[in-house]
Design a protein around this ligand. Structure first.
Ligand SMILES: [Zn+2]
Length: 302
C-alpha cells in the first residue's frame, strides 16, 4: 500500500487573484500555473493516484485569505467543499482542515470540521503571517488535543509576500510542543532548508513526524544529496517518523507522482555509494508510518 500524506485540492473561489501559490517551488517552476490545476471533485487526484499506485491521499486545505485577501468562497465553505469530496471517496481520501488562527472563528470552525465534517487534523501555514507559538494559535491546539488529532505545519522558508521571521522555522514549534505535551505535530517538507533544525527538534520532542514531499525537485537536481539527507533523517530523526507525500498537484509540474513513487521504491536498489536503504525502511515511508499515525486519530464521524 502507498499513502500520500500531503496533497491539495483546489476549487474555484478558494483563492483570489493575488494569491501566488502555496510554496516557493512555484516560483522555481516559473510562475503561478501550478495552483490553477483546479480539481473541484478530486477526479484529477484519483486519476493521478491510479497511475502512480497511490492508494490513499491526505488532502491538506490551506487558508490563504488573511494574507492574500479572501476568495469568493468563505473559509467555512471551502473546508466544507473538501469534506464533501472526501465523504464521496472515503476509501481514497482523508483531509485536514485549514483555518487561519487569526480568524475569530478559527477554533470553533476547526472543531466543526473535525467533529461534523470528518477532518483528521488541522493544517496551519505560518508563513502567511503568524508564529506557531502565537497565543492566537493556542485555542486550535486545544481543539486538536481534545479531539486527539494532529496539527500539520508548513515549514521551510518561502519568498515574499510570505513572512520569514521565524514563521516556518522548526525551532518555533518547541514552545508549542512543551505547552501541549499531548499534541502530535506533523512537519511538511522536512522543513526544506531548515532540515537540520528539524532533526534537532525531533531529538528533543517525540511527538513530531515529518513528510518529505516537494523534495522531487531536489531529487531531480541532485539525487545524491536527496539520498544523503533522507538517510540522515532516517538515522537521526527516526525511520518510523518520516512519511511519503507528493504535494500534488503543484509539484506534478516538476515530476509526476508516478515517477516520484517509483524513485522512492527504487531507493534500496539505486542509492549512491555509502548510502543504503532497506526495503523495510521504504515500506515504512510509503505506508507503515502514515498508517500508524492515522490509527491514532480518533475518527469523530461515521
Ligand atoms: Zn503542500
Amino acid at each position: 500500500m502507498t499513502i500520500d500524506v500531503h496533497c491539495h485540492l483546489y476549487a474555484e473561489g478558494f483563492y483570489n487573484e493575488s494569491f501566488v501559490g502555496p510554496t516557493a517551488i512555484n516560483t522555481e517552476l516559473g510562475g503561478t500555473s501550478g495552483w490553477h490545476s483546479l480539481d473541484p471533485d478530486g477526479s484529477g487526484h484519483i486519476q493521478r493516484m491510479n497511475e502512480a499506485g497511490i492508494d490513499r491521499c491526505n488532502i491538506l486545505h490551506i487558508d490563504m485569505g488573511v494574507l492574500f485577501g479572501e476568495g469568493a468562497l468563505a473559509i467555512e465553505q471551502q473546508n466544507h467543499h473538501i469534506s464533501e469530496v472526501v465523504r464521496k471517496h472515503k476509501d481514497q481520501f482523508t483531509w485536514f482542515c485549514g483555518v487561519d488562527p487569526r480568524r475569530k472563528e478559527a477554533a470553533e470552525l476547526s472543531e466543526k470540521c473535525i467533529s461534523q465534517w470528518g477532518a483528521s487534523g488541522i493544517k496551519l501555514y505560518p508563513t502567511t503571517g503568524f508564529l506557531p507559538a502565537d497565543k492566537e494559535c493556542y485555542p486550535l491546539y486545544e481543539v486538536a488535543v481534545s479531539k486527539q488529532v494532529p496539527v500539520y505545519f508548513h515549514m521551510g522558508p518561502e519568498a515574499p509576500p510570505y513572512k520569514n521571521e521565524g514563521n516556518a522555522h522548526p525551532s518555533g514549534l518547541l514552545r508549542v510542543l512543551v505547552d501541549f505535551s499531548g499534541l502530535t505535530v506533523v512537519v511538511a517538507h522536512l522543513s526544506f532548508e531548515y532540515w537540520r533544525d528539524l532533526i534537532t527538534l525531533g531529538k528533543v520532542c517525540d511527538n513530531v513526524m515529518a513528510d518529505f514531499c516537494a523534495w522531487q525537485r531536489i531529487a531531480q537536481r541532485s539525487y545524491d544529496q536527496f539520498c544523503h539527507i533522507l538517510r540522515r533523517f532516517l538515522d537521526q530523526f527516526g525511520s518510523d517518523r518520516v512519511m511519503f507525500g507528493t504535494d500534488a498537484p503543484l509539484v506534478e509540474l516538476a515530476m509526476s507522482s508516478k515517477e516520484w513513487v517509483e524513485m522512492v521504491k527504487r531507493l534500496p536498489h539505486d542509492s549512491p555509494k555509502g548510502v543504503a536503504f532497506s526495503e523495510e525502511e521504504i515500506g515504512a515511508l510509503l505506508d507503515g508510518n502514515a498508517r500508524r499515525l492515522f490509527a491514532t486519530i480518533k475518527q469523530q464521524v461515521d
